[in-house]
Design a protein around this ligand. Structure first.
Ligand code: DLL
Length: 435
């Protein structure tokens, strides 16, 4: 039962023991955050405090923390330890406005490496592996997080960093990497480039497994990556505000990502009312740090929409599983009154033979409504087909979007290699509406 499990003592805890540990850790974290001015104010305003938390259900009495709180306390106002105890600083990958800043104590870094080692082990990574990290090293938590987790397992780490795709491919090949770490969209970019260089991506490299995260991706994209690179593609989730990668990760059952609940308490809420939803309901994921020293956040609203599954997993872990997130509620598009996530569009497109897994969404405004043009790459046979056949293909795609997800969008077919490729997180939306 402990096969492929890094820390069976915690990862396989019986739920009642887990809940006991969670409550104890929550209460001690609350004592510490009660010294942070932002929380002092929040607790006072809500008329609650650490002394009111007697059960895990009492967590719901506490106010939420949002990205705005971090922004208002930029850069270090939410830290719960003095700067002398902080040994690392990272921040969110957001490209607009001020980033959110997070800090780590020495213990936080050790814990973080352990958390990452957990999901990498769950995905099958062992000491014999050679792990190629293609996330950019920098303020982004992706590269450093995976780096130290892999080293802890004892794997040989190649700290390649992002960009320079042809060189990445040379290093991947020559250094015989067996595990690839990057965003799912970059895995696809690598596969494409290998093919363009005249090699078969299924056999050119020594890769066995991919650890992909940092952005939403559909099951269809997983199948595409697995078949193109001939690897097992696993998903892992995290956000810089909470720790970075290492919040949750898939085991080889691939039935959702185990959230490491001895470090984080997950809740699902209705994003509009803030009400806690019952197990199994779809809603916004809210996370509470119960171990973090430098910047423990209470009921942090991730904006990520998902669902939690508490039934047993065959791998032996007892930790709850979160479904692949459809995306952040901020990424949800409202097209002619229909709510849709880019990953849902991806799912529909990638099921169609002839569509390449590269697309872009152009939003424009007509009167008071947003309209959407979906540009999708198709193979050369379709792109250079006679007009009549092309039109039929477009109509078929438009109909599928309408029947499968209720979306009325215009499809534009583009030639292979026209859609920009991504080196980090994919940005597939071009918003030309002036809201
Ligand atoms: O992306 C941390 C990370 C790095 C996770 C590498 C996994 C691997 P941020 O830059 O703060 O941190 O962005 C966090 O990215 O709230 C989600 O919206 C999205 N995200 C991260 N992982 C996944 C995933 C890192 N596996 C935000 N599936 C999160 C879907 C993901 N979305």
């Amino acid at each position: 039962m402990t096969h492929n499990i890094w820390d069976p003592l915690h990862e396989c805890l019986e739920r009642k023991d887990l809940e006991h540990l969670q409550l104890e850790r929550l209460r001690s974290t609350l004592e510490r955050v009660a010294k942070v001015p932002c929380y002092q104010e929040k607790f006072k305003k809500a008329g609650v405090g650490p002394e009111d938390i007697h059960t895990l259900a009492d967590l719901a009495k506490l106010p939420f923390t949002t990205k705005d709180d971090l922004r208002q306390n930029y850069p270090y106002g939410m830290f719960a330890v003095p700067m002398r105890d902080v040994v690392r600083i990272h921040s969110s990958s957001g490209t607009t406005g001020k980033p959110t800043v997070v800090g780590y104590s020495r213990k936080d870094l050790d814990d973080w490496s352990n958390l990452v080692a957990r999901f990498m082990t769950a995905a099958g990574v062992i000491a014999d592996d050679i792990v190629h990290i293609a996330f950019g090293y920098g303020l982004f938590t992706g590269a450093f997080g995976l780096h130290y987790g892999a080293e802890l397992i004892g794997s040989a780490v190649i700290p390649m960093s992002g960009g320079n795709t042809e060189r990445q491919i040379m290093i991947l090949k020559d250094y015989e990497a067996t595990a690839l770490v990057c965003t799912p969209s970059y895995a696809l970019t690598l596969a494409d480039r290998i093919a363009k260089m005249g090699h078969d991506p299924r056999t050119y490299l020594s890769l066995k497994v991919g650890l992909f995260g940092g952005e939403p991706w559909s099951e269809e994209l997983r199948r595409e990556i697995e078949s193109r690179l001939n690897i097992v593609a696993t998903d892992n989730y995290g956000l810089s505000e909470i720790v970075g990668p290492g919040v949750a990760g898939e085991c080889l059952c691939k039935k959702g990502m185990h959230i490491f609940e001895d470090h984080f308490i997950p809740e699902i809420i209705d994003p509009d009312t803030g009400e806690v939803l019952p197990p199994g309901a779809k809603g916004e994921l809210v996370l509470t740090n119960i171990v973090q020293e430098a910047i423990p956040l209470i009921r942090y609203r991730t904006r990520d929409i998902t669902r939690l599954h508490y039934d047993a997993c065959e791998c032996g872990r007892t930790m709850v599983r979160m479904e692949k997130t459809m995306g952040r509620s901020d990424d949800m598009l409202i097209i002619k009154g229909v709510n849709v996530f880019p990953t849902q569009i991806e799912e529909v497109l990638f099921q169609v033979e002839g569509c390449e897994p590269h697309y872009q969404l152009i939003i424009e405004r007509e009167g008071t409504l947003d309209t959407l043009e979906v540009q999708v790459e198709v193979n050369e046979n379709i792109f250079f087909d006679e007009m009549r056949k092309q039109r039929a293909f477009v109509e078929m795609l438009e109909k599928r979007l309408a029947t499968n997800i209720g979306l009325h969008a215009k499809i534009k077919l583009v030639e292979p290699s026209v859609i920009p490729r991504h080196e980090g997180k994919a940005n597939r939306i071009i918003d030309k509406s002036t809201k």
